[in-house]
Design a protein around this ligand. Structure first.
Ligand code: LMR
Length: 398
């Protein structure tokens, strides 16, 4: 038998929760697992701006032919402007270009291959902790994966330890930084911290890879781009992976981009030729629909304004759920213990709950979150905060 030696691997730690949650018959279950936004009705809605853009595409799109290795150039220009700023000097100087990818994960897969093929011998450094797929995606591409401390056992951000570790990263290695809304912890660097990280990156001649999957979910669409724009304005070479899954609610359509910033237009063309080659071997052409929706929205002032308002509504609702949960925990004497929930940004909160507590929450209270203690705050049902707080309080007593 050909397959007899093949064993079984454990299910995905995040996506596996979708099935487990769906199978739970408890009407009072909570889905704080996979990072998707839910509205007050517990639904992950299609944004109105997306619906309108889709209607336009249905009416006006002329063809479904291939779009080419880098994807739709209009999408590439517009997503680059969203990330780098409409008036970015890099775009003007043709020093930055986007390659459309199937989601932010596709962008990470492409950049992993790019590093492996074009920068052989370079290791990649990830925050400890980080999104579990960062770990596997770079390891599977054959890269040596290292870690720098980020959030310690006491569930606080340790910038001093991070900077110290980065000082000792081998010259020229790649360092992955979460541009905003750190996944899984929700702890973001301050502007001062970012400047210090930039300083080490420059001195150690490291190549920064900014993973930017949650633009608009932290402090706002422009505000969240601050760190990325700082890095590209100060360094000659930067890699950026961008996702439209969350801020356009286009999760299953798989829309993302790998944006490369090079020292000059000539070098960018060299790099992009390699990316087209690598993408051809991975997925040939990226899927079109989601990117066409994004381009339709970003290319139309009225739709763009409507979309920005929708992102802002999601962002502020998550912020309200954060403060609402801390308030609901207050009668149980837990306000201080969980005060960090209000300081964290984006969809996720590293709650500080242990793997055992997460398991009890799931088995006894039908509260689903990732084993690391990561809760998707965007999945919290605001009408049942008291119930959730009660469940958390019960596991905290043990
Ligand atoms: C998450 O971390 O839950 C999201 O980024 C979804 C995913 O692909 O894991």
């Amino acid at each position: 038998m050909h397959f007899s030696a093949i064993g079984r691997v454990p299910g995905d730690p995040i996506l596996g929760l979708i099935d487990a949650y769906n199978q739970d018959t408890n009407p009072n279950k909570f889905d704080l697992g996979v990072g998707v936004y839910k509205d007050a009705n517990g639904l992950t809605p299609i944004l109105q701006s997306v619906k309108q853009a889709e209607q336009r595409l249905v009416d006006q799109q002329q063809t479904k032919t291939y779009i080419g290795g880098h994807g739709d150039s209009r999408f590439g220009q517009l997503i680059s402007e969203l990330v780098l700023g409409t008036d970015s000097p890099l775009l003007e100087a043709k020093r930055a270009g986007a390659t459309q990818t199937p989601g932010g994960t596709g962008a990470l897969r492409l950049v992993a291959d790019f590093i492996a093929h074009c920068l052989p011998g370079r290791g990649i450094w990830l925050s400890d902790p980080t999104w579990p797929i960062h770990e596997s995606i770079f390891a599977e591409a054959g890269l040596k994966v290292g870690h720098y401390p980020y959030v310690g056992r006491d569930n606080t951000l340790n910038v001093a330890a991070m900077l110290h570790a980065l000082e000792h990263v081998p010259l020229g290695d790649v360092v992955l930084l979460h541009a905003c809304c750190h996944n899984p912890t929700g702890f973001d660097l301050s502007q001062d911290d970012w400047r210090q990280v930039l300083d080490v990156v420059r001195r150690r001649e490291l190549l920064p890879l900014l993973d930017f999957a949650y633009q608009g979910f932290g402090d706002g669409l422009e505000e969240d781009a601050w760190s990325t724009r700082l890095f590209v304005s100060e360094l000659p070479e930067v890699l950026i992976t961008s996702s439209c899954s969350k801020n356009f609610g286009l999760y299953r359509e798989r829309v993302g981009a790998l944006i490369v910033c090079a020292n000059d237009a000539e070098k960018l063309t060299d790099v992009r030729s390699q990316l087209a080659y690598l993408a051809r071997n991975l997925w040939s052409n990226p899927p079109d629909h989601g990117a066409a929706v994004v381009a339709t929205i970003l290319g139309d002032a009225q739709l763009k304004a409507q979309w920005a308002a929708e992102v802002e509504a999601m962002r502020s609702r998550i912020a309200q759920l954060r403060s609402g949960l801390v308030e609901a925990l207050t009668p149980f004497g837990l306000a201080e213990r969980f005060a960090h929930i209000n300081q964290q940004r984006g969809m996720f909160s590293y709650t500080g709950l242990s793997t055992e507590q997460v398991q009890v929450l799931r088995e006894k209270h039908s509260v689903y979150m990732v084993g690391s203690g990561r809760a998707n705050m965007a999945g919290v049902d605001g009408t049942r905060l008291e119930l959730l707080a009660k469940a958390i309080a019960q596991v905290c007593q043990h």
